[in-house]
Design a binder for this molecule. Structure first.
Ligand SMILES: [Zn+2]
Length: 86
């Protein structure tokens, strides 16, 4: 069993090989309400994945990534400001 090549066997492996896969890439950006109001900056919030085990996607403002963080609901394509000290 320690060979260099691995072969998939069994019904479930065959189903995996035949499964149709789709890859979608979407770029999401948004205005940070704070930086938009203060400096008229637009599109400064980008999505980031945070955490290794319980990862989640949040919006982080490039102008102030420590303080301006937002939740992200992929179904609503919206979020709210997160309290970074909680
Ligand atoms: Zn900001």
């Amino acid at each position: 069993m320690m060979g260099r090549n691995m072969q998939l066997r069994g019904g479930s492996a065959k189903n995996l090989v035949k499964a149709e896969r789709k890859l979608s890439v979407v770029t999401v950006s948004a205005d940070c309400p704070v930086c938009k109001a203060q400096y008229d900056l637009e599109g400064t919030v980008l999505l980031e994945q945070r955490g290794i085990r319980r990862s989640r996607i949040i919006g982080v403002c490039a102008n102030n990534p420590m303080m301006h963080q937002f939740s992200f609901d992929k179904d609503l394509m919206a979020g709210e400001r997160l309290n970074v000290f909680s």
